[in-house]
Design a protein around this ligand. Structure first.
Ligand code: GDP
Ligand code: IMO
Ligand code: MG
Length: 428
């Protein structure tokens, strides 16, 4: 059976975790393939709010096996904490049973986090992601496969030189590193393996795999708003590759897309709002970073961003999220192009400076009423139970969905109307 890929189509936090948890019900495997604990994926099960940074969101389904894939950078201390939290809150113990860490994945070490802590330009999550990927590209990174081959003296010398050169006061020692590596081995040796082979075998057995993306297309190192991006390829092209299986296995690519747009960290965002509408999105949508707690910048839906994401990823369907958050706004706006230096453009400019000069060109649509979280959940249950799909939504909300679908040119297969797992309406 082929694989499904779930990707963020904007600047992250589109609601990937919620959708992965939902579709994992019918999957045997959920694998992350890039990024690390810069991700913050939320799953809401009634009163329980679960936030995952490294654990694939399919952990909520006990029959699902979990993979931290080849293309990831993994902070073992964060992973340990996340696993302990999961078990302490009544979850099963996945270690040695259903969680597998790629021997090819790179390890985030304390000095990566110290270096990332110096960032003032990008507004990173400070989790060591960029420095760990830099070591990978420089071919000096440490992978789980080579834990017992590491020369801690050479590593400490090199890491201290990097810290000194960056103006960081912290230092590491060979003894400390040696202890760290022994601890990682002791905690995770029963999980480390060639996960690409596991996934390939699962596909041969006809099992369904979900590849869970982190971040979003506009944070992609090649295709995003460079340099205000993350340090990995977040897009479809890397989904199979970062998981160790070929792209021919992928048949479904779901673009998770917020009904408006948000961004955390620095870099231009042409539709960013500084008014009551933006405040409405931020407060009703609880737009605070899942990883760092920073307020997310909010703005109107941006079709230029979406057109770019569609070109790069070829989504086979779109899951529209957080439509409920727009309830209560009189007028909805969709950015269909930018004005750049007096000219109208419809594609993302390549430079951050040009993007910062872009002014959004909007079309406007009527809004719809605000409902409570419980009322929206009721709307979703009714739409699904009566098998009427989006027809149970207020007419202007249906118009908004239809307009977006027409503009993007991809089917919207589901619409989110609340954080809960069940607050999603499937298309009929
Ligand atoms: P991810 O990083 O893409 O998994 O997204 P995050 O979990 O960081 O952020 C999405 C936030 O929106 C979380 O708090 C979710 O619980 C919430 N959420 C997801 N879908 C919906 C939706 O349709 N409506 C509302 N109101 N909240 C949603
Ligand atoms: P999920 O998976 C939103 C942003 C950071 C910063 C830039 C680089 O939850 O959607 P990094 O720490 O990766 O070097 O930071 O990328 N960023 C995210 N923004 N959602 C995320 O993940 C993000 N992961 C990184 O805020 O602007
Ligand atoms: Mg997130």
């Amino acid at each position: 059976m082929p694989a499904t890929v779930v990707l963020g189509s904007q600047w992250g936090d589109e609601g990937k975790g919620k959708l992965v948890d939902r579709i994992a019900e019918k999957a045997s495997w959920v694998a992350r393939f890039q990024g690390g604990n810069n991700a913050g994926h939320t799953v809401v099960l009634g009163e329980r709010v679960l936030k995952f940074h490294l654990l694939p969101s399919g952990i909520t389904r006990e029959d699902c096996a979990l993979v931290l894939g080849d293309g990831m950078v993994v902070d073992p201390w964060v992973l340990d904490r996340e696993l302990n939290d999961w078990v302490e809150n009544g979850g099963d113990e996945p270690r040695g049973k259903r969680i597998f860490i790629s021997s090819r994945a790179h390890i985030i070490l304390p000095y990566h986090t110290y270096l990332d802590g110096l960032d003032k330009k990008i507004g990173t999550t400070g989790r060591g992601i960029g420095p760990a990927y830099a070591d990978k590209i420089n071919r000096i990174g440490l992978r789980f496969a080579e834990l017992d081959e590491a020369d801690v003296e050479i590593m400490a010398t090199r890491q201290n030189a990097a810290l000194a050169a960056a103006g960081c006061d912290q230092r590491v020692s060979a003894e400390e590193l040696s202890e760290n590596l022994s601890w990682i081995q002791e905690r995770f040796s029963n999980c480390i393996c060639d996960t690409g082979i596991l996934l390939d075998n699962a596909l041969k057995l006809g099992e369904r795999i979900v590849l869970e993306g982190a971040q979003g297309c506009l944070l992609d190192i090649d295709q995003g708003t460079y340099p205000y991006v993350t340090s990995s390829v977040t897009s479809r092209g890397n989904a199979g590759h970062g998981a160790g299986i070929h792209p021919g296995h992928i048949d479904t690519v779901i673009g998770i897309t917020k009904a408006y747009i948000t961004r955390v960290g620095n870099g231009a965002m042409p539709t960013e709002l500084y008014d009551a509408d933006g405040e409405h999105m931020g407060s009703v949508g609880h737009e605070f970073g899942t990883t760092t707690g920073r307020p997310r910048r909010c703005g109107w839906f941006d079709l230029v961003v979406m057109r770019h994401a569609q070109r790069v990823n070829g989504f086979t369907e779109i899951a529209l999220t957080k439509l409920d958050v727009l309830g209560g706004l009189d007028l909805l706006k969709i950015c269909v192009g930018y004005e750049l230096d007096g000219k109208e453009i419809h594609e993302m400019p390549a430079t951050a400076s040009a993007l910062a000069r872009c002014k959004p060109i909007y079309i406007e649509m009527p809004g719809f009423a605000q409902l409570s979280t419980a009322e929206w959940l009721g709307v979703a249950s009714k739409c699904n139970a009566d098998n009427i799909g989006f027809k149970g939504l207020p007419t202007p909300a249906q118009q908004y969905i239809k307009t977006l679908e027409g503009l993007i040119g991809v089917t919207i297969s589901s619409v989110g109307v609340g954080p809960d797992r069940d607050a999603t309406i499937d298309r009929v």
